[in-house]
Design a protein around this ligand. Sequence first.
Ligand SMILES: [Zn+2]
Length: 342
Amino acid sequence: MSVEPRCIACGAPRLDVLESAATCRACGRAFEVRGGIAILLDGRLNGEQSEQVEKWEVRHEGSEVDWDDRFDPSVTNLLTLRNRLFLDRLSLGPEEAVIEVGCSTGKNLRYLAWRTGIAGYGVDIALSPLVNAVEKSQARQRFFVADAERLPFEDGSFAGLVALDVLEHLSNAQGALCEWARVVRAGGLVALSVPVHEVFPTFAWWRRRLFPRHAAAVDASLGHQVSRFPRPHDVKSWMARVGLRPVFVEFRAALFEPLWDFVLLPAAVGLYTRLRSQPARAAPNGAGSGGESTGPDPVPGGRRRRLFERLAVRPGRVFGLPDRLLEALGRGSQIYVLARKG
Ligand SMILES: [Zn+2]
């Protein structure tokens, strides 16, 4: 199923997207197209949005690598693995249209396309990561610059919507949820994750108390306003208000996992990358470029990646068992909710 964007000015689904401009055949409004991506904004970004754009543009400037793949594009971390496990719950068929809001470089859409053959539509407020996404993605994926609270699509356009760690960046989370529910068809799925208000004894709780300055710096660099983090029941009640019924709720990143992902694993990866960058001392087991994974797995790396997973990522999963216990008790820094519309 193919979805066409609509004009953000008049709402007509009659937008001609050409190389240099996208023009509405109903109202005549022209939108800029840069790097093949239509910028479907009505020119009124608020101060906070401009700040976010600046942050993400700077982060992606000249970057060949997903910012999400912070360590090495051939390596997955626990957050990526857990996001993938969550996305696996989107039981959608091939050809179905899925929109990702705040898609950045399109990693999640590529994963979903690889796994189930969906047609992906990515929107983000910043252009540079989308240019990166277009370079990496396939024909069945399209990307637009748009406001998460004002999506350029008609009601019920999509079978699924994904928004991982986006809600906390928005000034009007409830308004955004309402907009997201609008573009999903009845019976469609919304998959979102959001950091939640910190509770004892989560990693985020400890970090904020033990290293308040560092925590504040990290929040500032990510554009997080901690006072805005919802409580888990907020997320559920906001969803209920716009007709989204949670069918799966999970807490994550309770204690050990963030420590592993953000402290121990980067240290291990730093060492690994340093060793690997010395050609004379390349890892004996599969340091070659090929590996056998030439398939469409969106995270390349072959044997080298599997070796790394065995040495670093799997122990992280085992040591993360206390997290599973806390998460079962409703403790975590992050909540994942899959909801059905209607
Ligand atoms: Zn128009």
